[in-house]
Design a binder for this molecule. Structure first.
Ligand code: ZN
Length: 258
């Protein structure tokens, strides 16, 4: 049974033989670590290096790889520092990233020690964006946020919509690890758009005083994330848009100017 309670800062918890760690960084980024039973870990989207180095030392962890989801600097800027600091740490990422990395864009999965990550192509926020899935953990960068989704900078609405639907199709107990703390502002938008939605307003109240609202789960997001609910007939009726992609476009453009 997955614990769906919201975690407090830097809390470490276990669901399998892996442990997930969350490190706040920069303005509102999260750098995620996934640890195996040998205290080895992979680092996801290090937009900065010092918080990671400090956290590793404090918890006596050894990094074995860096995973990057897309090319934006708040996700990759700490990677080279970490690679040098730990002595040639391998970096994996999509080919859109202009760093000496192992390109994983054409691979279905990668194995690092006893970690196997499925590579899920999720274009939209950027064209080469990928998500990493080591059941039940999903590292989705700037594609899926709690109660929201990434801005569409390089792809099309159709691409982003398809990408979100791929993630939505993962098991309900998937532990979703996005790269930003945007939950409250996303819920503020959602309650503005659908003020009578009880799931959304209830969840908003539940997390209103939390500083860290992640990780989330696919089960939670299916209830509170408008961008995953565009196929709901009630919502389509409410906005007089009887097409899920068109409703997604409507929500995304509204959010862009909110
Ligand atoms: Zn980004």
């Amino acid at each position: 049974m997955i614990n769906q309670n919201i975690l407090s800062s830097n809390e470490v918890y276990m669901t399998t033989n892996k442990q997930l760690h969350i490190i706040p960084a920069l303005k509102d980024n999260y750098i995620w670590l996934l640890e195996n039973s040998h205290k080895q870990c992979v680092i996801v989207d290090p937009g900065d290096s010092l918080p990671v180095i400090n956290y590793m030392a404090e918890h006596q962890l050894s990094p074995i790889a860096i995973l990057l989801t897309h090319h934006h600097s708040d996700h990759v800027a700490g990677a080279l520092n970490l690679q040098n600091y730990y002595g040639n740490l391998p970096i994996f990422g999509p080919d859109e990233i202009d760093l000496p990395i192992t390109n994983i864009s054409t691979q279905l999965a990668i194995t690092i020690a006893d970690f196997t990550f499925d590579i899920i192509l999720v274009p939209g926020h950027t064209l080469g964006h990928v998500a990493y899935y080591n059941k039940p953990y999903l590292f989705c960068g700037d594609t899926l946020f709690s109660a929201g989704c990434g801005r569409i900078f390089e792809g099309t609405y159709q691409q982003m919509f398809n990408s979100l639907n791929k993630l939505k199709a993962l098991p309900d107990n998937t532990i979703v690890c996005p790269a930003h703390e945007y939950t409250l502002s996303n819920l503020k938008f959602a309650t503005h758009v659908v003020p009578c939605d009880r799931n959304i307003s209830h969840y908003y109240q539940q997390i209103a005083n939390k500083t860290i609202t992640l990780p989330t789960t696919i089960a939670i997001e299916k209830q509170i994330n408008l961008f995953l609910r565009c196929d709901e007939l009630e919502l389509q009726k409410e906005f007089a848009i009887n097409n899920d992609l068109k409703l997604f476009e409507f929500f995304r453009t509204q959010k862009d100017s909110f």
